[in-house]
Design a protein around this ligand. Structure first.
Ligand code: CP
Ligand code: NVA
Length: 319
């Protein structure tokens, strides 16, 4: 049965939440990626199988979204299920109603719930309260769905994560933290350049240093991170919820722009990645994001296929 579902090492009937890459083993992440890769090929070949027929995914958003919302919604439809978009205006998460009641009640209607919110603790509380799988669609701390699909994109671009030299330039928050978690499992040589005070999560860095497959170095000069790098990754300087700090952040991060001069220091065939949305002219210039090294739209497309892998894995269908 384990082989049929791809849920390596997970006993039959166990609820699987997708809350952070650090909860998973390498074998589990590889299994999810394999489902995503296979379904992508099958879908492109015209295979309209509906392994999630009749299943309904709740999409709870406390922050805006383009990619995450659409890819989960379209992904569910293409797998034969459907999705329900739920904003906090109706639910009043933790205010109108306690998280434990929301989780218990939603589990009576829905087959799985994706949530994008601020606090990871709220996502963990929802997962405890719910009897159905909870998928983390981004918190202030991590963005595991993004990095899962990025691993697929990298492999497609001949940049498989084992042995990869990657520079992450910018804020050491959610996207960077999930990359640090990826280094637990994959032999990535990850160099993160952030301004002092904006480094990634110290506990995650310590865990990789202790028992990660890869290694992570944190520097404060973007040039030190990108020298020879095969991949440069960046993200906005002002994340959702931090809009009041935008001007101050523009000043703090001014030396962290991914531009043509910075690219010159990297590998000649460097790939440039950005989870999007991008603030063009801030963390990345137009000529770089629109240039020949950029693979940002392939990343965006693969959110769809990555979500399918996560959904099929968590819903125990495994393809
Ligand atoms: N990259 C990403 O998660 O995009 P959205 O915020 O548009 O969902
Ligand atoms: N760091 C960004 C990621 C957006 C997908 C944010 O949290 O807004």
């Amino acid at each position: 049965m384990e082989q049929a579902t791809g849920r390596t090492g997970v006993p039959e009937g166990t609820k699987i939440d997708f809350l952070t890459l650090s909860d998973f083993s390498r074998a589990q992440l590889d299994a999810i990626l394999e489902i995503a890769r296979r379904r992508k090929g099958e879908w492109r070949a015209g295979d309209a199988a509906e392994p999630l027929h009749g299943r309904v995914l709740g999409l709870v958003f406390h922050k805006p979204s383009l990619r995450t919302r659409i890819s989960f919604e379209v992904g569910m439809r293409q797998l034969g299920g459907s999705a329900l978009y739920i904003t906090d205006a109706e639910v009043g998460f933790g205010k109108r109603e306690a998280i434990q009641d929301i989780g218990a009640v939603m589990s009576r209607y829905l087959d799985a719930i994706m949530i994008r919110t601020f606090s990871q603790e709220d996502v963990v509380a929802l997962a405890r309260a719910a009897s159905v799988p909870i998928i983390n669609g981004l918190t202030d701390w991590v963005h595991p769905c993004q990095i899962l699909s990025d691993l697929l994109t990298l492999t497609e671009h001949d940049c498989a994560p084992d042995g990869l030299t990657m520079a992450y330039i910018g804020d050491g928050n959610n996207v960077a933290n999930s990359w640090v978690h990826a280094a637990l499992h994959y032999e990535i040589d990850l160099r993160i350049a952030s301004p002092a005070g904006f480094e990634p999560d110290a506990a995650a860095l310590a865990r990789v240093a202790r028992d990660g497959a890869g290694r992570v170095q944190v520097v404060h000069d973007a040039r030190d991170a990108v020298r020879g790098a095969r991949v440069i990754y960046t993200d906005t300087w002002t994340s959702m919820g931090q809009e009041a700090e935008a001007e101050q952040r523009r000043q703090r991060f001014a030396a962290m722009q991914v531009n043509r001069e910075l690219l010159r220091l990297a590998h000649p065939e460097v790939r440039v990645m950005h989870c999007l949305p991008a603030h063009r002219g801030e963390e990345i210039t137009d000529e770089v994001i629109d240039g020949p090294h950029s693979i940002v739209y392939d990343q965006a497309e693969n959110r769809l296929h990555g979500q399918k892998g996560i959904l099929m894995y968590c819903l125990a269908d495994g393809g």
